[in-house]
Design a protein. Sequence first.
Length: 226
Amino acid sequence: MGHGAYGTARLHPETSPLRFNYDDNYFNHPYQGMPEDGYTAIIENILKHDRIEVRLGTSFEAVAEEFDHVFYTGPIDRYFGFRLGRLGYRTLDFERIEDEGDHQGTAVINYCDQSVPFTRISEHKHFAPWEADKFSRTVCFKEYSRLAGEQDIPYYPIRQVHEKRMLESYIELARTEKKISFLGRLGTYRYLDMDVTISEALAACDRIDQLVAAGEAIPVFFVDPT
Ligand SMILES: Cc1cc2nc3c(=O)[nH]c(=O)nc-3n(C[C@H](O)[C@H](O)[C@H](O)COP(=O)(O)OP(=O)(O)OC[C@H]3O[C@@H](n4cnc5c(N)ncnc54)[C@H](O)[C@@H]3O)c2cc1C
């Protein structure tokens, strides 16, 4: 798992994502995996809990008043109506490719040349080699990266000097709020891999249990977003 390698500024022979073979793992994390039944099964099982109610197509703003405390995982700038400006994101346009058999022989190929308009092609069947015999055809997605507009899904926080300054102002504003905690990749404006997101969520749950038991206030941030 993991896109974290994108953040590597200096290339090191053991940690850099450069590779000139068909090793089907682009990333160099010692442990990498996909849930055997996919993420959908994990989320379905979590949501089966008696005390979890799901409301789809509902903006948090419409229901926030019903709760003693809100754990907000939406964009922090949106929570404040973008009043200090919009935090910049990159987004992606996906182009679907269908093919017979095998398209590229591996899960991900990255295209780093400036002359190539897309950044990578992912071929999903290779993420689940244990299902290799099941499919005679294949589906791939080509990813075209661009600046996110107001209507786009925000994917990758830009986090350059300007955005970090704006983020600090939003953090200051957030710290004046009550009955809300900002979490996750959008709530804290950080690129997070799934493993980090899940581990932070579990750590936050443990902390909440302790604080509630001690009658103490739940913090606005569990992790410093800067
Ligand atoms: C293109 C892309 C590729 C990725 N690939 C990988 C990968 O290969 N491996 C890996 O480990 N991680 C990957 N990640 C990272 C992974 O997706 C994130 O770490 C994870 O989804 C973060 O979970 P989250 O709950 O913080 O945020 P999200 O999953 O974004 O959940 C936030 C939710 O809040 C909802 N929301 C927002 N605003 C409101 C509102 N006002 N009211 C109600 N709901 C709202 C959103 O609709 C969304 O469902 C990738 C991320 C992206 C963008």
